[in-house]
Design a protein around this ligand. Sequence first.
Ligand code: G6P
Length: 619
Amino acid sequence: MCGIVGYVGSKEATPVLINGLKKLEYRGYDSAGIAVLSESADEILVRKSKGALKFLEAKIADEVIKGSVGIGHTRWATHGEPSDLNSHPHTNVSGTIAVVHNGIIENYAKLKAWLQDQGIVFRSQTDTEVIAHLINYFYEKSGELFKAVLETLHKLEGSYALGVVCTKYPDRLIAARKESPLIVGLGKDENFIASDVPAVLEYTRDVYYLDQKEIAVLYSDHVDLFNEDGEKIHKEPSHVEWDLSSAEKDGYAHFMLKEIHEQPKVLDATIKAHVVYDEKKNPVDLTFSKEIESDRINEMIQNAKRIVITACGTSYHAGMVGKYAFEKFARIPTVVDVASEFRYRNPILNKDDVFIVISQSGETADTLAAMRLAKENGAKVIAITNVVGSTVSREADFVIYTLAGPEIAVASTKAYTTQLACLYMISMMFGYKNGKLPEAEYKKLLNELIKIPELSQKILENQEDVQKFASRQFNKSKIFYIGRQFDSASSLESALKLKEVSYMHCEAFAAGELKHGPIALIDNDTLVVAIATCPELYEKLVSNIVEVKSRGATTMCITQNKAEMSKACDEILEIPETDSTLESILSIIPAQLFAYYCSVQKGIDPDKPRNLAKSVTVE
Ligand code: G6P
């Protein structure tokens, strides 16, 4: 989704803005632009270009844009095609006010018609342009920029993160947010705004995470914060613990590959954060006491009649694995819902439901809406998220962090496996505490769980096998992932990874469903990948593989039991053995690598797949 940066200080703003936008490229965009207040403050220099940032850089390569206050934007088109004209920043008619915006102004058509009635001629097809004209309209009435911005915000329906500069106020930059994320970076004699922390991390680790409807006015030497009524507020800045190297490629060709390789480390951190050891260093229990007071969690577990999980995309697939885990370990009925569906179907919620939302970014619009709806209905929400300070983390009742570090590649990998680790841990703890998971079994599972990071490393050591396999299969016209139980959830995520980064046509099916339709698609140009980690279902899966093989498909299997599955499959990608219920954390890794290498074989940039955004902050 769109990326915003802004700068007020004594440096030249342009390089800071371009640099910041580069750090936000991962969010996905189709055009970029900057607006810098000229040194004499008599004009705003706006430069924008369709396409990658390099086109904007090329456009400004031969000119010196002098000025130390500015805003920048990468746009992910919603209203109006990607074009130079529709790119942000947008200005008022006289060019004295410039605006960058992330989000959607839902009532823009009405506002636009009204402004047109006032004689305003619009230049773009965007919803954002109304903001620039509205600020101008109110400014002309009051002569005060802050007041004009405030009045404009009161007129806007929908979501926004905004940066505003004005020639009449050359010492400041105004920012505001509702729904869409925005942070303020606090430097020494310079301050910043950005959609995400990596854009400012080179300059500062101290940030304000703006809350709903907060407004910030940034000067080079201080920042004032206000609520939606324009009253001054005070809040403590947060200190960012991770450093920039976590958001850089560290010698890997792509962020996606780097993040796949980080999984052993981040799984270890996420799991160890909750494991309790005895004096002989044996894992004996799990604790979430930092996140949820023990009385509260005990009460929740004893009363839980149902688990309701909602999320989108990859996080939704983690929820699917979570369903199997909760039902297996804790014997609690579990429903998983795509957040965009949940919010529109008048869901039935009961007071004894435990509501879990999963969101890597903590900013996904549909997930936030589902969480708010659950809260309105009296549910207590446990959030699993990766981003400290995100909206989900601030609004949920309890927050469990995946310690995956910043995930930059659009396709989620390390966030997914750490989400699985959290879901396994919570469901195991629920099962142990509600008496459905016997102590011996619980401890055995804990023992296996802490070895998972090491086992995941072993898969990565054999990544060449996956690379070779990808080089033979990347031109298949159809790819199907199949699996049963936990493996059917992993199949969905495996297929999504491949679609996202290789654009190959790939679907996932619960293996038993093959003969109810999908088998009609099988021919010589089809690859079927079976995920087989449930020993009690090997035989059934072998039958499915034989069925597709006899109809011409090439077959591959991701399994811990090479001996059993090589009876039927053309190729095997072996994963290490652990408790079969935990294998989902491991079985996805070859599928992530397969997607990555297919993408590279096809000459696609896996970090920035077409049409996709890292964080979907609009509906
Ligand atoms: C986008 C991303 C996906 C992600 C989904 C949910 O579609 O491209 O990778 O899984 O949003 O994001 P969340 O941040 O809520 O997990």
